[in-house]
Design a protein around this ligand. Sequence first.
Ligand code: AMP
Length: 306
Amino acid sequence: MPELLVVGSVALDSVTTPFGTVREALGGSATYFSYSASFFTGVRLVATVGDDFPQEHLQLLRARGVDLSGLQVSKGRTFRWAGEYGYDLNEAKTLDTQLNVFADFKPALAPEPRRVPYLFLANIDPVLQLNVLRQMAKRPKLVALDTMNFWIQGKREDLVRVLREVDVVTINDGEARQLAGEPNLIRAARAIAGMGPKTVVVKRGEYGALMLSDGAFFSAPAYPLDSVYDPTGAGDTFAGGFVGYLAAMDRVDAPTMRRAVIYGSVMASFTVEDFSLNRLARLTSGEIAQRYDAFQDLTRVEASRA
Ligand code: AMP
C-alpha cells in the first residue's frame, strides 16, 4: 500500500463551542489528519509531544495502525491550543497557542520515511514543514500543505518559501483571503496557485470546499448535518480523507482529485459531530461508504440512465 507521511501538531486542545467545553482533549493537525487518513492508507506520523502527554491518546492512534516511530517524546510540555467558537461555527477564535516542545523540535527522519511517495505538511511552523520536505530522499509523487492565520501572520516569508515547493495547498477561506491579500475567494485561490501549488483547495466550513486545479474549479457542498458540536479538526480531517484517498489510489489525475474532495468532505462531516476525536474514534468504514453515497445523491441533478 502506498504510504503517507505527515508532519504537524499533536496537541492538547481546550475548546468551547455554544454546545459545550472540553479541557486538554486530544487534538492537533497531525492527529486529526493521520486518524482520518488511516481509513484509506498506511500513515507515518512525525511530531513531538511532551512527557505530560497521556499514553491512552497514543494508543488510540496505534489502534488505527498509525506508525508512531517518528513521534518524539521530549522533556517538557505538550503543544497546547485553546479556542472558542460562537454560533457561527465557521470561524475559530484562538485564545491561546503554546508551542512548548515544538519550539525547538528538530525532526530527524529515518531512512524509510524519507522514501514515502505521499507527504502531508500539516499545519505547523513552515520552517519545520520545509525541514521535513528537504529530508526526503527523492521528491514524493505528491506534497500537500495546510496552514493557518498564526503562521501566515508570524512566519509569512518561510511559508511563501515552502509553498513554492508543494503541489497542493488546503486552506480555509478566511486564511486564503489573508494569505493572498485579496477579498474575492476566486481571485485569492488563483493568487495562491501563483505562489507555487497547482492545486488549491479552499475549505469553507458549512459551505463546503472549492478546488482550483490546473486552472479548473470544482465545488463540493458540505454534508447537511443537523447536529454540529465542534468544528475543531474539520480541516485536518478533510485533508486526511483527501490525501489519504489519493495515496490509496496512487493517482493524482483530475477525476481522482474530485473524488478525493468528496472523501475529504465525508471525513470532516463526522469529526464535527462530537468534540475532539470522539466521533472519529467510533467511525466505521461502512459509515464512510454510506456517506459517500449520500454525497452523490445530494448533488445529482439528472437521473442516472439505466
Ligand atoms: P482545524 O482543522 O483547522 O480546526 O485545526 C485544529 C487543530 O489545529 C487543533 O487541534 C489545534 O491543536 C491545531 N492548531 C491550532 N493552532 C495551531 C498552530 N499554530 N500550529 C499547529 N497546530 C495548531
